[in-house]
Design a protein around this ligand. Structure first.
Ligand code: SF4
Length: 265
């Protein structure tokens, strides 16, 4: 849970930024699955009970494609146990110096759904688990609202496996050194869809400085194991806790994710 110290709240929750920055992601074709109008008409918050999705929704043809920048040949050859061991002892960047625990991720394997956040915050660093506390509970509710049972269906991970000091944004070199772990996780988990949570994760995976507001509402793709994994961007749960009006947009994003998930093999 990263934040811009100048813009987020004192709890270390992320600021998603406004809508002002122009997207730099190249889009071949885009199907906007949710208009802003329909998003605003959605419930103010995801309901905690499963929501039937629209089976008649069109198949979504994406794409803004992102290829991982860093593929480490050693990491690319690791199995799951080896990968977890490598992360737990990793000293590839300076973030190892201040961490209490690495945060590898949690969930089933293989995982039909994968959610990728930013980096461990204070509580995650202490517990070694991603998305604990209020943000984690909201994430559970968001998933349940689209009929996803987090423990059995969703693997939760972060781009960064170690907490940056004072919850600052990781620098590009740190991201480049850590992303091979995430890429290998995607290869081994083989998710049908990735939901990207928050500005930093979206910008890192899509190689852009665009805002969440400009990246959401369409399907992107993450290249892993020789295939394009559909990827939907939405707001970080910690941000949503502080910005209630954007819950409606997150709800629209999750419905897009659900429909997209149901259309892919
Ligand atoms: S953040 Fe990633 S690359 Fe840096 S030490 Fe931790 S696991 Fe290694």
């Amino acid at each position: 849970m990263l934040r811009d110290p100048a813009a987020g709240d004192p709890a270390g929750h992320p600021a998603e930024g406004g809508e002002e920055a122009a997207p730099v992601v190249k889009t071949e074709s885009v199907v906007a699955a949710e208009s802003e109008e329909s998003a605003l008409a959605a419930p103010a918050a995801p309901a905690p009970s499963p929501e039937p999705h629209d089976a008649a929704s069109p198949v979504l043809v994406a794409r803004s494609r992102a290829a991982p920048s860093a593929r480490d040949p050693v990491i690319a050859g690791l199995d799951w146990a080896g990968l977890a061991e490598a992360v737990s002892g990793c000293e590839a960047c300076g973030l190892c110096e201040g961490r209490r625990n690495t945060v590898f991720g949690t969930g089933p394997r293989p995982a039909p759904w994968m959610l990728v956040g930013e980096a461990p915050g204070h509580h995650e660093d202490l517990s070694g688990e991603p998305f604990v506390g209020d943000a984690g509970r909201l994430l559970d509710q968001m998933l349940l609202a689209i009929g996803v049972d987090r423990p059995s269906e969703a693997f939760i991970a972060n781009v960064m496996k170690c907490r940056p000091p004072a919850n600052r944004d990781p620098v590009p070199d740190e991201v480049a050194r850590c992303e091979p772990y995430l890429l290998r996780q995607v290869e081994l988990l083989r998710p049908r869809l990735i939901v990207v949570l928050g500005r930093f994760a979206a910008q890192s995976l899509l190689r852009t400085d665009a805002t969440v507001g400009s990246l959401r509402g369409r399907v992107h793709a993450y290249r892993a194991a020789g295939r394009d994994v559909p990827m939907v961007v939405t707001y970080h749960p910690a941000y949503l806790l502080r910005n209630l009006p954007d819950k409606a947009k997150a709800w629209a994003d999750l419905r897009l994710a659900r429909r997209t998930f149901d259309t892919v093999e």
